[in-house]
Design a protein around this ligand. Structure first.
Ligand SMILES: [Zn+2]
Length: 272
């Protein structure tokens, strides 16, 4: 089911980790961001778009983690964009012929084992480095690329709608999660990305996290502060006071505390 969150912006929420696919309406069709996750949910999204009489004219993946680079053949042949570094990262991963089998194995540990179509996973066209706007016929969508959470991660700001599509940050249920390459400082990278969000926050009325609840402008500021406090505490080796971990975690999200414990021991582990 698609839910309207702003003029011309709709969200399809998955039962899996509250993943949000985003639909942006344009004059000749829609921009589809991070579609997923299970086959039945993709069926639903295909049906909802057909009911709206909308074709997909462009896709975008916020970052190269498996749950953000899915696709369904019925969305058609539209270009599927990501940042250059996002496209390079998923291409490198898929150059290993066992990559999809490994993702399928990982999914065996979840409640959606065998339900995720991986055929069209990761076929991302990288936008030239430094691209500031998604090239499509529709409302202007600014690309805010940064180094937090995953290589080539980008948030998207749908400027005329006041909507920030955050990718895997600014969640009410997931803590900041880190994936470092050899050179990066994952904490500095994360804090820098939060500063970028703070810089546009005055233009944002709706924030859509990759996983979790859609929030308003006050909630955006709360989540920036919350993510920053978490990163500072982890960086400085202090205990965290964060509603997303420990006894205050929402029912069903207790595993986030395990992720936190893992990050406390080794902050730069792969986050997926
Ligand atoms: Zn991710």
């Amino acid at each position: 089911m698609l839910t309207r969150v702003a003029e011309g912006v709709l969200v399809h929420e998955s039962e899996f980790v509250q993943s949000n696919a985003v639909v942006v309406l344009g004059p000749a069709g829609v921009l589809l961001i991070d579609p997923g996750v299970t086959a039945s949910e993709l069926d639903c999204l295909v049906g909802d778009l057909a009911d709206l009489g909308q074709a997909v004219v462009a896709g975008f993946s916020t970052h190269p983690h498996w749950d953000h680079v899915l696709w369904d053949a019925r969305f058609g042949e539209a270009p599927r964009y990501g940042t250059a570094r996002c496209a390079a990262a998923i291409r490198a991963e898929l150059s290993d012929p066992d990559a999809k089998a490994r993702i399928a194995d990982h999914l065996l540990e979840t409640e959606i084992a065998g339900q995720v179509p991986l055929d069209l996973l990761g076929l991302i066209t990288g936008l030239p480095a430094g691209t500031t706007q998604v090239p499509w016929d529709g409302p202007r969508v600014r690309v805010i690329e940064h180094e937090a959470h995953a290589p080539g991660h980008a948030a998207l700001l749908i400027e005329e709608r006041g909507v920030l599509v955050a990718g895997d940050m600014l969640s009410d249920v997931l803590i900041p999660m880190f994936e470092s390459d050899d050179t990066a400082d994952p904490f500095d990278d994360y804090l820098a990305a939060l500063l970028l969000f703070e810089g546009v926050a005055g233009d944002v009325e709706v924030v859509i996290p990759g996983h979790g609840s859609v929030g308003g402008s006050a909630e955006l500021k709360t989540r920036i502060d919350q993510d920053r406090a978490y990163v500072h505490a982890l960086r400085d080796g202090r205990d965290v006071d964060d509603p997303r971990v420990g006894p205050s975690a929402k029912p069903g999200w207790e595993w986030v505390s395990d992720v936190h414990e893992g990050q406390r021991e080794r902050p730069a582990r792969r986050s997926d």
